[in-house]
Design a protein around this ligand. Structure first.
Ligand SMILES: [Zn+2]
Length: 242
């Protein structure tokens, strides 16, 4: 059942996050699989709530209490913070985790590498998606040979089932499908949802089955297609291979 959620406590951020989570097949499969057998109280609360929210349009007190705890002093919260809070509580980082290899290379032959894990990939202003896959920069770093400029190569080396991009309002055209490689195998990721952010207000555009909807608190409007805007803030892609 497709339905909206009431915004009675400045909770557009939560309504938006929930619509996005309900649109991801891999997350709903996780919730259906775990909700009756989760040993962890919090994992059980979060997975159960997602199952129930497919049919009901109000949140359980325990769920609201957990989600509100992100930052008690701030009235408005970001979808990004809420997303991390949910993912951590539900222990589903493995669905999202992306890994970057960062390699430092000096012309003397010195090389070192580090790895970074993240749940959301941030596209810097003015950059394209290709930048995220691989980019080179020169950085100030004093090598033992005395050279103080070394090359830094960043490359995306691990992807999981869901790929979340934070696009900083770059107003780029994002495709409905991304062709990426996972463990060397090409995989198609399909866009399932976007989060729009306008004057402090959040709403989502989500694909349910094959239909796009604009989901703005209680209001649900059927869309002809997905078009990203200058206010598109997050894009959620899902591995569509079963
Ligand atoms: Zn050197």
């Amino acid at each position: 059942m497709i339905h909206g959620f009431i915004n009675d406590r400045a909770n557009c951020w939560l309504n938006t996050l929930i619509q996005v989570l309900l649109s991801c097949k891999k997350i709903m499969n996780w919730a259906l699989k775990i909700h009756s057998c989760a040993g962890d109280k919090l994992v059980s609360l979060l997975s159960n709530e997602l199952i129930l929210l497919r049919e009901k349009n109000s949140y359980s007190p325990g769920f609201i209490e957990y989600m509100m705890f992100i930052d008690k002093d701030s009235r408005t919260k970001s979808v990004e913070e809420a997303f991390d809070h949910f993912v951590n509580g539900a222990k589903i980082e493995q669905l999202f985790r992306m890994r970057y290899k960062c390699e430092f290379v000096c012309k003397c032959g010195y090389k070192s590498e580090t790895y970074d894990n993240m749940n959301i990939l941030r596209i810097p202003l003015g950059e394209t998606f290709d930048y995220l896959l691989n980019h080179k920069t020169s950085i100030d770093f004093i090598c033992s040979c005395g050279n103080n400029i070394v090359e830094r190569n960043d490359s995306l080396v691990e992807l999981n089932d869901i790929c979340v991009l934070c696009c900083n309002k770059t107003n780029l055209n994002f495709p409905n499908e991304l062709k990426l490689k996972r463990d060397g195998t090409p995989i198609i990721y399909r866009l399932v949802a976007s989060v729009e952010h306008v004057n402090g207000h959040y709403y989502a555009c989500c694909r349910r089955e094959e239909v796009w909807y604009l989901m703005n608190d209680e209001n649900i409007i059927k869309l002809r297609e997905f078009v990203n805007t200058a206010n598109t803030y997050l894009l959620i892609y899902e591995n569509c291979e079963v």
